[in-house]
Design a protein around this ligand. Structure first.
Ligand code: FAD
Length: 538
């Protein structure tokens, strides 16, 4: 993937997408595949906003049934099935258990009916069968749970994903389909002709140079920054997005065998305890946020709320703040609506400003492909669309959707063990993270065996992955590598061996010593900078 801002400066595109979170990445991907010339500008790293701060679920959202949002749940369940197929290395089925206690707001019969309805709505898109569980069965599945007051429970299925990498896969797929993409490229103003926006002015945050990009159509997928980007177009425009903050804790112990869906006692909300990377992901909160989207952070009260609620359901686990590996905060970019934060709909809509810019508002990660499809159908007419004209088939539809790293290549343990020089856990890890593109990393190791050297054991990471992140995946800072190309920053302090090897690779790239590296323009002060400050190490 080449970051060439000079090329963008000279170019004029059918479509410019602002924002490289999941929605922007997917819009660029689908549009480029349909034959349009596309540019994508992201002010931080890809997925550095909300799209790496989610609960990492591709789900229908059982709790949206309570709000009677059947259409949203159905759409999400359909997309869930599609994502399991489109990116099987990054989206995997996950079994959930809901323990129900005496006095819970949602009694056992309601939970049983809820999971029955959930699977009924899913129909052919169901992932696995739901079950009703006795108290004894709940405790057999999850022995750490509080016994007192337990009435029973239910089991159902959804899916878990790697949010940062799924976004990156969409960027890589957009690039593979011909889009021009750049991270660390911040839009600072719109260019206009006769009252219509015809392009943007932007700044390369690595070199501090400014440049312009012209396009016939402009879509803003700015997530929680959307109001800011709207005001840049029209200072008097009313806000379209309501931002609510959600935080997560990465806890060292694996508290449960299944994902747990737990009603909180203090405010009756739902929170999750999910097995993640050998540890537990605990989240989330949902509180209105009025500050700058750049400054969102985890507050001690957020951590106390989640720890207290988790302690209540795991009374014998001796939960301690000392075992928190990291915490992170993100902002939901919801459609501006009144009412309590957790009741605001997760549906998406589009707003066209008087100057012709289209803004994506709302949605959830799960429905990103549908958001992109709906958006592009709104922006392009049949007559505009090269592949529509050629084949007569809808170029944005789900049928052929997949990301370029999808699929698997390791068929059996025999295949794994016949990769000379690499441990089995490394090969498994590569396949899980890169899907079919892991072949490229294995090839690098074959050509240069030193790249197969491990720089971390848990999870296993080899040098080739660091080179690949910079050369093929446009990582420009150490944090891009340790936080989004790989999830190391969430697991406590990143090993010094990784930090120094990553720094070395970035230095080599800056000197042009990584073969086929494209333009690596990072100044050395950027290479170890802290990015958004929204993930706190403990
Ligand atoms: P973002 O990912 O925030 O992307 C917007 C991008 O625009 C940012 O990267 C930003 O840097 C860029 N940008 C801003 N200004 C500029 C500029 N001037 N120039 C260039 N670029 C700019 N959904 C689910 O389906 N499942 C879940 O489990 C789930 N859990 C969640 C948990 C939490 C705590 C939160 C907050 C959300 C969760 N969601 C979940 C919702 C989901 O994460 C979001 O709906 C989704 O990530 C939004 O993506 P986006 O692309 O719209 O926004």
């Amino acid at each position: 993937m080449i970051r060439d801002l000079e090329r963008m400066n000279k170019g004029s595109y059918d479509l410019l997408v602002i924002g490289g979170g999941i929605n922007g990445a997917s819009i660029a991907h689908l549009a480029a595949r349909a034959g349009f010339s596309v540019a994508l500008l992201e002010k931080g790293d890809f997925a550095s906003g909300t799209s790496s701060k989610s609960t990492k679920l591709i789900h229908g959202g059982l709790r949206y049934l309570e709000n009677l949002e059947i259409d949203l749940v159905y759409e999400s369940l359909k997309e869930r099935k599609l994502q399991l197929k489109a990116a099987p290395h990054l989206v995997r089925p996950l079994a959930f258990v809901i323990p129900v206690y005496e006095g819970d707001k949602r009694p056992l019969w309601m939970m049983r009916f809820g999971v029955f309805l959930y699977d009924l709505i899913a129909g052919p898109y169901k992932v696995g069968p739901h079950q009703s569980l006795s108290k004894e069965k709940v405790l057999e599945l999850e022995p750490g749970l509080e016994k007192e007051g337990l009435k029973g429970g239910v089991l159902y299925h959804d899916a878990q994903m790697d949010d940062a990498r799924l976004c990156l896969e969409n960027v890589l797929s957009a690039d593979a389909a011909g889009a021009h993409v750049a991270n660390y490229a911040k839009v600072t103003d719109y260019l206009r002709e006769n009252g219509r926006v015809t392009g943007v002015r932007a700044v390369d945050l690595l070199s501090r140079k400014t440049f312009g990009v012209c396009a016939k159509r402009i879509i803003v997928a700015g997530g929680p920054w959307s109001n800011e980007l709207l005001r840049l177009d029209d200072p008097k425009a009313p806000e379209k997005v309501r931002t609510t903050k959600g935080i997560h804790i990465v806890y060292r112990d694996k508290l449960s065998n299944h994902a747990l869906f737990i009603p909180s006692k203090s405010d009756k909300r739902i929170f999750f305890v999910i097995p993640w990377l050998g540890h537990s992901l605990i989240g989330t909160t949902d509180t209105d946020y009025r500050g700058s989207a750049d400054d969102v952070k985890v507050e001690p009260a957020d951590v106390a709320y989640l720890m207290n609620e988790t302690r209540r359901v795991f009374p014998r686990s001796d939960l301690s703040e000392g075992k928190i590996l990291s915490t992170f905060a993100g902002l939901r970019p919801l459609v501006k609506q009144g009412g309590s934060a957790s009741k605001v709909s997760r549906k998406h809509l589009f707003y066209r400003s008087p100057s012709g810019v289209i803004f994506v508002v709302g949605g959830k990660y799960t429905t990103y492909r549908k958001v992109a499809e709906d958006c592009l159908k709104r922006v392009f007419k049949k007559r505009d669309c090269p592949s529509w004209q050629k084949t007569g088939t809808d170029p944005f539809s789900a049928e052929a959707f997949q990301v370029c790293g999808s699929g698997s290549f390791v068929e059996s343990d025999k295949d794994v063990s016949c990769r000379p020089g690499l441990d089995t856990d490394v090969v498994r890890e590569l396949e899980g993270r890169y899907g079919s593109r892991s072949r490229e990393i294995l090839k690098m190791c074959e050509e240069s065996p030193a790249l197969g050297q491990k720089v971390s054991n848990d999870p296993p990471v080899i040098k080739a992955q660091l080179v690949y992140a910079v050369r093929n995946e446009m990582a420009r800072t150490v944090e891009d590598i340790t936080e989004r190309r790989l999830p190391l920053s969430y697991l406590g302090p990143v090993p010094e061996s990784v930090l120094s090897a990553a720094g070395e690779v970035l230095e080599m790239a800056a000197r042009g010593n990584l073969p086929a590296c494209g333009q690596i323009g990072a100044g050395s002060d950027n290479r170890r900078k802290k990015g958004t400050g929204r993930r706190d190490e403990r």
